[in-house]
Structure formats: C-alpha cells, structure tokens
Write a protein that binds this ligand. Structure first.
Ligand code: GLP
Length: 273
C-alpha cells in the first residue's frame, strides 16, 4: 500500500481523485461505478467538493451505485445523526444519483443478521465495489470494525468501544449517553474485497493509528493495518496525522518534503506487512 501525504485540503484531493476515477470508467446503467462510502467529520469536505463538481457539471452520479460502510443501530433513519441522514444532507439530495442506487444498511430491520446477509449479497450482485473510501477511527477502526475485529469479518452487528463512543459524542451534544452503543458495519473482509481502497486520516488524533500502520505487521489491535493486505490501497493523510511516524518512513517523508517543499503531495510507496 502507499501513504500519500498532502498539505492540501484532503477532501478536495479525494474528491478530485474520485471524479477522475468515475469519469475514466465511463459508467453506464449496465456497467455502473460502484462506490463504497464513509461518514464522519473527516469526509465532510470530500462531500462538499463532490457536490461542487456535480454543480459545475464535471461529474455525474447517474451511473454510480453507492454502498455505505455502516449505520448506527437504534437510531431511526430520520434522526439527524443517522448515517442515512448524513448521506442525504452531504450528498444524495444535491446530486443526480438515483435513489435505488443508494445502499445503506437498515439498522431498523427486524432481523439484523438477515439484513447483513442481504447487504453482502447486494454488493456481490453489483459485481463488487470498485473504489471504497473510508475514514479512520482514533483507535484505528475502519468502518465500525473496532480493535479485535478479525480479518475475515463480514457485515455484522458490532459493539462500539468506549473510545469510539467518546469520540463520536461530539455529534450528540457531547453526551456519551446519547451515542448508540451498537452499529451495523461492513467487515474487514468486505472492505478488502473492493478493487481499490482510499482511506483518509487528518489531525493528531489519528497519528497513533497512522504510526501503527507503517510499523511492520498486521494486527487486529489496529484494524487500519489490514489495508496493507490490499494490492491497491492508499491512505491519504495530512502532516498532523503523520506526526508520530518513526524510523525510516519518517526519514523518507522528511527527505521527500525537503526535496519538493511545494509539491501537491508526497508518496511513500511499498508499505507492506
Ligand atoms: C466513525 C465512522 C467511521 C469513521 C470514523 C472516523 O465512527 N463509523 O467510518 O471513519 O469513525 O470519524 P471522523 O472522521 O469523524 O473522525
């Protein structure tokens, strides 16, 4: 995998990347572009830039099919902090995507285990996810795959860790008691099945997880490290998220930044297990 570090707005970088990918794919009804999507604070700018590209007629979602990573259990879909509401607010209501092409987990389904199977099948039926975007939890979670999630995990009901509940309480009036304690989430294996991965990490809160990623090994203690098992994965990070890098990766990044201080981004290739 590679680590791309930029001082640019990460949302703009990622949105431009997605735009290029979709346009180069020339999607059609029969052969849509299947996009895996995250929620969270990190990707707010990403969605703002996608909306802008659509408004400027540089991008259409007419032949794009989306699958979201996760959804809180116990929140009605129309709750302002549900990921259904988030996606409507940040993307779906502002672009030409067809409602039947927007897939989210239904955490209100009477049989949640069945709902998870349905979701995995729906992804499979589209031919799989072309590009899966994601954020990173403070504790290194990807989607809601908390530390301890296995590499072969699939879409399932998960318990959120106290760390995640605390981190996400900022969206719930800083009241941890209002944060759902469970969620439906795609699994690590579901994410690794995608043809390409682009994950985003900003700020010092994510620095420990990013530092763990570049150290040798894949560990369920830090689910982000699973990205190293994917042949075509990128972590896009800002300098703050890279502030705890150590050893040769830290040195390599410093050399690259010194050589081309005005570069749009710096790339560390070949981060392996
Ligand atoms: C949330 C989401 C994740 C997201 C992560 C980071 O809990 N379920 O999919 O990537 O945590 O969120 P943020 O971008 O708000 O820091």
């Amino acid at each position: 995998m590679r680590l791309v570090v930029t001082k640019m707005n990460l949302g703009l970088w990622a949105a431009a990347y997605v735009k290029e990918k979709i346009n180069a794919f020339h999607p059609t009804t029969e052969r849509p572009f299947v996009l895996g999507l995250p929620t969270g604070g990190t990707v707010v700018d990403f969605y703002a830039n996608l909306r802008l590209f659509y408004k400027e007629k540089l991008l259409s979602f007419k032949h794009v099919v989306t699958f979201n990573m996760d959804e809180y259990a116990g929140l009605p879909e129309d709750h302002p902090q549900s990921y259904h509401s988030y996606m409507k607010r940040h993307l779906f209501q502002s672009v030409d995507i067809l409602p039947e092409n927007c897939h989210l987990l239904n955490a209100q389904a009477p049989d949640l285990a069945q709902e998870c199977i349905r979701y995995e099948n729906a992804i499979r039926q589209t031919g799989g996810i072309t590009l899966f975007l994601g954020g990173v939890g403070k504790n290194g979670h990807i989607a809601f795959n908390e530390p301890g999630s296995t590499l072969d995990s699939r879409t399932r009901l998960v318990d959120l860790t106290p760390n995640t509940i605390q981190a996400n309480s900022r969206f719930f009036f800083n009241d941890q008691n209002r944060v759902p304690t469970q969620a439906l989430s795609v699994g690590i294996a579901t994410i690794l099945d995608a043809k390409e991965l682009l994950f985003l990490a900003t700020g010092t809160a994510k620095a420990a997880a990013v530092a763990r990623l570049v150290r040798p090994g894949v560990t369920t203690d830090c689910p982000l490290t699973a990205l190293k098992l994917h042949p075509h994965a990128t972590l896009l990070a800002d300098p703050a998220a890279c502030s705890q890098l150590t050893g040769t990766w830290k040195e390599q990044l410093e050399v690259l930044m010194r050589k081309a201080p005005r570069a749009e981004h710096w790339t560390l290739e070949g981060i392996t297990t």
